[in-house]
Design a binder for this molecule. Structure first.
Ligand SMILES: Cc1cc2nc3c(=O)[nH]c(=O)nc-3n(C[C@H](O)[C@H](O)[C@H](O)COP(=O)(O)OP(=O)(O)OC[C@H]3O[C@@H](n4cnc5c(N)ncnc54)[C@H](O)[C@@H]3O)c2cc1C
Length: 495
């Protein structure tokens, strides 16, 4: 039998994989990471993110620990508020309709701050998300929605900092190396079979951590598990996440877990390419819909755009758009809310129309029944409770009344030109179903017993997310469970 190439093989080179590799190395293990992509496309979905990370913190002191270079002026001019463990627990329970696995949620929430601080110690620099998660009121920034810090340089910055941290510590990364199968002697995982440069070889190790993403980039699996129509969704991120890790583990008897028919999917530019484009990153998303309305091809509204803060609705509204005729919708805004639009509305690659009158606008919205659209606008405008003050920082209760689908917050009549429309379809982010793990990150078999030598972290772990997802939790869960899995794989169980 060939010699082991490492103590721990980590499959993948995204956030979860790097956290696993760093944790294993910290415990003295020799670590080899396998990345299917060439280096220039490496980093998985993690690289496509804005780098926003949901973390429990208790006021400005904790933020200052995570962001030691916060200036006195920033501290003075910012109300960071707090995001308590109780709030994170509540958010997970509420958005997943109380389905999330309590043990996994407990680890995610209670280890979030310590894990992010550990990443900082490894070399990940963080900053407050002034641009997208705070509004300025009376000359003070106020953060909202429990999402307060991001990696410097967003997802590309995060992957670059993690790669540097790994290299500095002697962790080897083999690019263009796709894991195909697990080497399994009937009881223990002993390594992986890989394809590198067109050649299939076997790599042996004491333990394997699977951190190679969900099946979002696999149109056949999406259709099989998410349902008909999901083959038509655009993939927001990496084209390399085709469900290999899940498939390999199931093939040796791992237990599937979680919401296999569910996924994270958002509103995404209708003309975006089939897979993510690293030069555009996450900017094809269109997330300012709480301040406008959405209409479909029939010219009607079909969802409560202001049901909650965008952090708590964006991940489920992609599916709602996919279900509309032609799988598209137009987001509608007028001049009054233009200043609230996020940066992504100003990119060059945007599918947008503008008009000076509402009638001209109705003509320009391609694929939409213009007469029905005008009727929708009339009804909507008449239903807005304009007596309630508009406030984008809180759920302001400025709603509509009496419509078939009311808007619960941030309702404004669409009456002030220029009018703007943005065409969106469904962009799938990542899938929710995956492998069952225990509290040490070990993959469980169908008898719910740990498979010796096999660990998992990141998107391919099932049981955390159902139906929906609180923004910024993907990176946090990859970090928490990556660190746990890496430490366990290195032989320690006290992560
Ligand atoms: C556009 C976009 C924006 C997002 N924004 C945010 C955000 O701001 N905050 C947040 O928390 N989450 C965000 N997410 C979600 C987040 O990206 C994921 O939840 C998280 O990055 C998953 O990390 P991971 O390490 O599990 O997977 P990934 O980062 O996707 O890494 C998987 C790795 O496995 C590799 N791989 C796949 N198959 C194989 C194989 N067979 N062999 C070897 N390697 C393989 C891939 O190439 C990749 O390197 C966003 C996602 C997208 C697409």
């Amino acid at each position: 039998m060939p010699d082991p190439v490492a103590d721990v093989i980590v499959v993948g080179a995204g956030n979860a994989a790097f956290c696993a590799a760093l944790a294993a190395q910290e415990r003295g293990a020799k670590v080899l990471m396998l990345e299917a992509a060439p280096e220039e496309e490496s980093g998985g979905n993690s690289r496509f993110t804005a780098g926003a990370i949901r973390v429990v913190y208790d006021g400005v002191d904790d933020i200052n620990t995570l962001v030691p270079d916060l200036t006195p002026a920033e501290i003075q001019s910012t109300d960071f508020g707090a995001y308590t463990a109780a709030q994170f627990f509540d958010d997970m329970a509420r958005v997943t309709q109380h389905r999330a696995d309590p043990d996994l949620v407990e680890l995610l929430v209670t280890k979030s701050f310590a894990t992010l601080n550990w990443m900082r110690e490894k070399g990940v620099r963080l900053i407050p998300i002034y641009g997208r998660q705070a509004f300025k009121i009376d000359n003070r920034f106020k953060f909202w929605g429990g999402l307060t810090v991001e990696a410097v340089g967003g997802g590309p910055g995060l992957v670059a900092m993690l790669t540097a941290a790994a290299r500095k510590r002697g962790i080897a990364i083999s690019y263009r190396t796709r894991a195909l199968d697990l080497l399994h002697d009937g009881s223990r995982v002993e390594g992986v079979r890989v394809r590198r440069d067109g050649t299939v070889i076997e790599l042996r190790a004491g333990a394997v951590v699977l951190a190679c993403g969900g099946f979002e980039a696999n149109a056949e699996w999406r259709t099989r598990y998410l349902g008909p129509g999901w083959d038509l969704a655009k993939v927001r991120g990496s084209r390399y996440n085709t469900g290999d890790g899940i498939r390999m583990a199931l093939a040796i008897g791992a237990s599937p877990s979680g919401n296999w028919s569910g996924c994270h999917a958002v509103q995404w530019d209708m003309n975006a390419p089939e897979f993510g484009d690293l030069s555009v990153g996450d900017q094809f998303q269109k997330h300012s819909y709480p301040f406008g309305i959405l209409v479909n091809a029939v010219g009607k509204r079909f969802v409560d755009e202001g049901a909650d803060f965008r952090n708590y609705t964006y991940a489920k509204y992609g599916r709602v758009v996919l279900e509309q005729p032609g799988q598209f919708a137009w987001q509608i805004f007028d001049r009054k809310v233009k200043h609230l639009q996020r940066d992504e509305y100003r990119i060059r690659q945007v599918t947008k129309v503008t008009a000076g009158t509402i009638e001209e606008f109705a003509q320009k919205l391609e694929g939409v029944n213009g007469a029905e659209f005008l009727a929708t606008i009339r009804e909507f405008n008449a239903a807005v409770r304009t007596g309630v003050p508009f406030n984008p920082n809180v759920k302001d209760g400025r709603c509509t009344q009496g419509l078939a689908i009311d808007k619960s917050n941030w309702a404004n009549p669409i009456d002030t030109p220029p009018f703007e429309g943005y065409a969106v379809t469904c962009g799938v982010t990542f899938t929710f179903g995956g492998l069952r793990i225990d509290n040490a990150g070990a993959v469980l078999n169908t008898d719910h017993r740990a498979i010796p030598g096999l660990y998992a972290a990141g998107e391919l772990v099932g049981g955390l997310f159902y139906f929906n997802y609180p923004g910024g939790t993907g990176l946090m869960s990859g970090a928490v469970f990556g660190k746990i899995a890496g430490a366990s794989a290195a032989g320690a169980n006290d992560a």
